[in-house]
Design a protein around this ligand. Structure first.
Ligand code: KG4
Ligand code: ZN
Length: 349
């Protein structure tokens, strides 16, 4: 079925959507044919930024400039289409590193102008929300659902009532979950990004070896900075005793991860039950965490709540999720002008 979008009385075909994502340290371009992913190319800059222990904004922007054209070509080649077949362009324009965002935005605008095709700006977190539905293009997107967004920059519980209708139930009051993983990994010299390293180490550790205080925050909000401080104090204590060996690092990783996962699972389940929501999604880079995936699945099953978590490649930043969010915006008739701007901060709701 070929869907069409109406804008200013003109019916536009929306078959092939080009997605562009450059908000942080992944240069990504994807092609969707309606809701089906035809290609999704992600060129990660993680290796570059690892030397600095975190993302350096100027370096990220420069890398996007160097790589975006090649990534675009690869996405078109893998999809087996040429540029002229594109019916619309979706680009992340907020929130993110402004220097990085403008690289994708300038490219998207140039393509939209040259091809005379519609352009839409997509909120990065809206992209993450849609990532849960990338692998089931035939199934209608079920509303309402509750989404736990856990990434490097955000930890939010969002009630998704319909396309573009969101209610923010809670958010982190300090560090994002991914940020806590990254900072804890840095403390333990495990490199950047820290989440995957801690996930791996934790599989060889004992989560009961240390007991870190569980962050207690009222309502549906989160807090992770106290936990990070507790881990740092423990590390300093162990270092002073010369007891920070590999097995102890594994135990620290397991105990830290377990504390984060328990908080995320308990709060998400409680929010879903309080609002009588039958489906939970977990999205964003931290949704790739193996313990979070397992424990959220077990808790949801126990509570009789359905769960959707994207495969790890769609948890971390990618343009396929931006293209899917953009697809629904294009269908609704939304169009951005060529003065579409990039914003470092922008609420989803
Ligand atoms: O969604 P994302 O790619 O970028 C942002 O929008 O921030 O998320 C990146 C974050 C990083 O903090 C990274 O450490 C974390 O996701 N992450 C993980 C795992 N894989 C990535 N955290 C825990 N376990 C993982 N397996
Ligand atoms: Zn992200």
């Amino acid at each position: 079925m070929l869907l069409a979008a109406k804008s200013n009385g003109i019916i536009h075909r929306v078959r092939y959507i080009l997605g562009i994502e450059t908000s942080c340290d992944e240069t990504s371009v994807a092609v969707l044919e309606e809701r089906v992913v035809r290609s999704s190319i992600v060129a990660s800059q993680a290796q570059l930024h690892a030397q600095w222990g975190g993302v350096v904004p100027e370096a990220a922007a420069r890398q996007h400039v160097e790589r975006l054209n090649a990534v675009l070509q690869q996405a078109l080649d893998e999809a087996g289409i040429c540029l002229s077949a594109i019916d619309g362009i979706a680009v992340t324009n907020r929130p993110g590193l402004v220097g990085a965002l403008v690289v994708g935005l300038a490219t998207a605008k140039a393509l939209a102008f040259a091809l005379q095709k519609p352009l839409v700006g997509v909120h990065h977190l809206e992209g993450h929300l849609y990532s849960a539905f990338l692998t089931e293009p035939e199934a209608p997107i079920p509303f309402p659902h509750l989404s736990l967004i856990v990434s490097g920059g955000h930890t939010e519980l969002v009630l998704v009532r319909n396309h573009a209708h969101y209610t923010l139930l809670g958010h982190t009051l300090d560090d994002a979950a991914g940020e806590a993983f990254d900072k804890t990994a840095r403390l333990l010299n495990l490199g950047y990004p820290g989440g995957p390293a801690i996930d791996k180490r934790a599989q060889h550790g004992d989560p009961e070896a240390f007991h870190f205080p569980r962050p207690t925050v009222e309502g549906w909000n989160f807090s992770f900075s106290g936990l990070k401080t507790a881990v740092r104090r423990e590390v300093e204590r162990l270092q002073a005793r010369g007891a920070l060996d590999e097995a102890t690092i594994n135990n620290l990783c397991a105990a830290f991860q377990q504390t984060v996962v328990e908080v995320l699972v308990e709060k998400t389940l409680a929010a879903a039950q309080a609002h009588n929501i039958p489906l939970v999604t977990v999205v964003g880079g931290v949704a790739a965490n193996s313990a979070l995936r397992q424990q959220m699945a077990a808790a949801c099953q126990h509570a009789g709540i359905a769960l959707k978590v994207p495969p790890p490649k769609y948890c971390t930043d990618n343009a396929a999720m931006i293209a899917l969010a953009g697809y629904f915006r294009l269908l609704s008739g939304e169009r951005a002008d060529y003065d579409l701007d990039a914003y470092a901060n922008a609420p989803l709701t």
